[in-house]
Design a protein around this ligand. Structure first.
Ligand SMILES: CC(C)(COP(=O)(O)OP(=O)(O)OC[C@H]1O[C@@H](n2cnc3c(N)ncnc32)[C@H](O)[C@@H]1OP(=O)(O)O)[C@@H](O)C(=O)NCCC(=O)NCCS
Length: 199
């Protein structure tokens, strides 16, 4: 596996506080708490990956602890698990010969989900900021993207407020199991455009 020279071997110092949230690396209890809501229709309505097999997701998230290409955080509010965020590292697009250090594992995708009972309190916005900081300040990646259905207005607001740019608006390019072909969006930010947390 080709890793950028400066990709850290350890996942850094956790837990971290942001606003009222404590962000921790996944442990079995935290993942179980997220999984209790993960397949709830109120959560999956605007997710690209709708129903997830709980055991597979749990295995994947726990293995992120030793996988330098995947990072998962679980957000707690007091004793309650209220949200999660993910970051996965991928290759950049383009010609894949010569200078692999330029493109190999130099980008990331991010996403987040919030327990429906805790929406509208800025939690996803804070998690997005943390994932961007992780990508640029600690993992030294060159570009971060996030995709969503165009009708996922809350997610688009979060991405826009975090400074990400709408780079692709696809007309009916995204299949929705209930609503059919819908428009999709891709947002992006480059390392040189990243400025530290705005929250
Ligand atoms: C989308 C989601 C993450 C939002 O979480 P949240 O914690 O409520 O988000 P925040 O409170 O940080 O911010 C939401 C923003 O969207 C705005 N918003 C909410 N609903 C909106 C709507 N229908 N139209 C426009 N803006 C909307 C809010 O006003 C807020 O913006 P503001 O802070 O400028 O007022 C949450 O609803 C969720 O988990 N959805 C299911 C999973 C998902 O869609 N994840 C994203 C995959 S790309």
């Amino acid at each position: 596996m080709m890793l950028p020279q400066d990709l850290p071997e350890s996942p850094g110092e956790w837990p971290r506080r942001i606003g009222p949230l404590t962000l921790s690396l996944p442990d079995p209890e935290g993942v179980d708490a997220v999984l209790r809501r993960r397949n709830d229709p109120a959560v999956t309505e605007w997710l690209i990956q709708t129903r997830m097999d709980p055991e597979s997701l749990k295995k994947e998230w726990l293995s992120s602890l030793t996988n330098p290409l995947q990072h998962v955080v679980i957000a707690g509010l007091g004793d309650e698990v209220v949200a999660s965020g993910s970051l996965w590292i991928v290759d950049g697009l383009g010609q894949i010969h010569g200078y692999p250090e330029a493109y190999s594992n130099r980008e990331a995708g991010i996403d987040y989900l919030v327990d429906p009972r805790y929406r509208g309190r800025g939690f996803a916005s804070r998690i997005a900021e943390v994932m961007l900081g992780l990508a640029f300040d600690e993992l030294h990646l060159r570009r971060v993207t996030a995709g969503c259905f165009a009708d996922n207005h809350a997610s688009r607001r979060i991405l826009e407020r975090s400074g990400m740019r709408l780079e692709q608006y696809g007309i009916r390019d995204s299949w929705h199991a209930d609503y059919g072909w819908l428009d999709g969006c891709t947002y992006s930010l480059l390392a040189e455009e990243w400025t530290s947390p705005k929250l």
